[in-house]
Design a protein around this ligand. Structure first.
Ligand code: PLP
Length: 377
């Protein structure tokens, strides 16, 4: 059984996607071509932003954002303690001081109360200037847009949305990728909208920032790429990846609906034994991962072991909170009390999930889990 079944997806789209890839090869234009322009227009419209800037991957999308807003040494950026390091890594590379905030155990996203406490702490200490919040749509669940936006406004902070896992999800009628001042996403193959290699994009409504981003992704170009007016990067999307994404975008809404149905089946079967994903009223998750929480660490090990014996893959997503990562030892946060991220990282695990998860495979996962949980309580 596949953890995320990309082969089944390819079976569904192969005629269209192959034709589009062949067309790119015939055109001889491989980077930032008409395909990329068209994809940028379509994906911007899809998420509900004025502009999209396609780039090399999700990490570089975030780096382009941190660079466009001129973040660097002396600045503090607030980041959820449970996320992928790429949310904050490019900021740290630019000299930013990262501040980790505990998560809310309802949606595993940035906890507004902890966020505000941390901002106040940094202000009191006076060593770093609070500049931005990076809010993540963790596992595909939108972050608490209303409360986090209010806090950003109250303290005059830039709100950046890391929608790498959130494309396709919604908060009310608005789509993930459209929140905060600016947002980033990733098209890594296993993300909800993935290509056949690396890819990413930045979304903004701000025309000036849009211009800066387009310059930054091509070596800080001015009038042309040999008229360099700032230090930038080489971060562009290939035409072949844009062709793949244009093809996948056609079936994306259908896939998001399939994800809802599969999640519902898991919810109904597992909800009485385990903590299942909770989606806030008026929200829709993209279920980038379907993650459950066991009652304690031993129970998790037992379940994962039995699933493994039945050839069912699982994942710890993610095993280590940011404040405990070796790379952040210099912050001296390892012994701090991040109760919720610790509980999450000790007891949560992901089970096979994709829009193409076969009925019989899902039934097998459910049967093995329910059998184990009934037997062991
Ligand atoms: C995947 C991911 C990224 C980075 O995307 P890449 O395309 O792999 O560079 C950033 N943030 C989060 C939350 C992610 O899941």
């Amino acid at each position: 059984m596949e953890f995320i079944d990309l082969k089944a997806q390819y079976e569904c789209i192969h005629a269209d996607v192959t034709r589009r890839i062949v067309d790119v090869m015939k055109s001889g234009h491989f980077i930032l071509s008409d395909e990329v322009d068209l994809f940028e227009k379509k994906i911007a419209k899809y998420v509900g932003r004025k502009y999209a800037v396609a780039c090399g991957n999700g990490t570089e999308a975030l780096q382009l954002i941190y660079m466009a807003y001129g973040l660097g040494s002396g600045d503090a950026v607030f980041c959820p303690d449970m996320t992928f390091i790429a949310s904050i890594e490019p900021a740290v590379m630019l000299g930013v001081h990262p501040v980790f905030c505990d998560i809310d155990l309802r949606n595993y996203n940035l906890d507004p109360v902890c966020l505000e406490t941390k901002i106040e702490e940094v202000l009191r200490e006076g060593k770093y200037m609070p500049k931005a919040i990076i809010a993540v749509d963790f596992l595909g669940h939108p972050f608490d847009v209303v409360k986090i936006s209010d806090i950003a406004q109250k303290y005059g902070l830039i709100l950046i949305e890391d929608a790498a896992q959130g494309i396709g999800a919604q908060f009310g009628s608005k789509k993930c990728g459209s929140f905060g001042d600016i947002s980033a996403t990733s098209f890594f193959p296993t993300k909800p909208l993935g290509c056949y290699g690396d890819g990413g994009a930045v979304f903004t409504d701000n025309e000036e920032i849009y211009g800066i981003l387009k310059s930054l992704r091509v070596h800080g170009k001015g009038k042309n790429k040999y008229d360099n007016i700032r230090i930038g990067m080489n971060s562009r999307l290939d035409s072949i990846q844009a062709a793949v994404l244009l093809s996948k975008l056609q079936v994306f809404d259908e896939e998001i609906e399939k994800r809802q149905n599969i999640a519902k089946r898991y919810d109904e079967a597992l909800g009485k034994y385990l903590k299942i994903p909770s989606v806030c009223t008026g929200c829709k998750s993209s279920y980038a991962q379907y993650v459950v929480m066991a009652s304690d660490i031993e129970r998790r090990e037992q379940l994962v072991q039995i699933l493994k014996e039945n050839e069912i893959p699982t994942i710890y997503y993610y095993p280590t909170p940011m404040h405990r990562l070796p790379v952040f030892r210099y912050l001296n946060t390892a012994d701090e009390d991040y109760q919720n991220t610790l509980q999450y990282s000790n007891t949560a695990f992901g089970i096979p999930f994709s829009p193409y998860l076969a009925n019989e495979d899902q039934k097998k996962v459910i049967d093995v889990m329910v059998h184990t949980l009934e037997r062991c309580g």
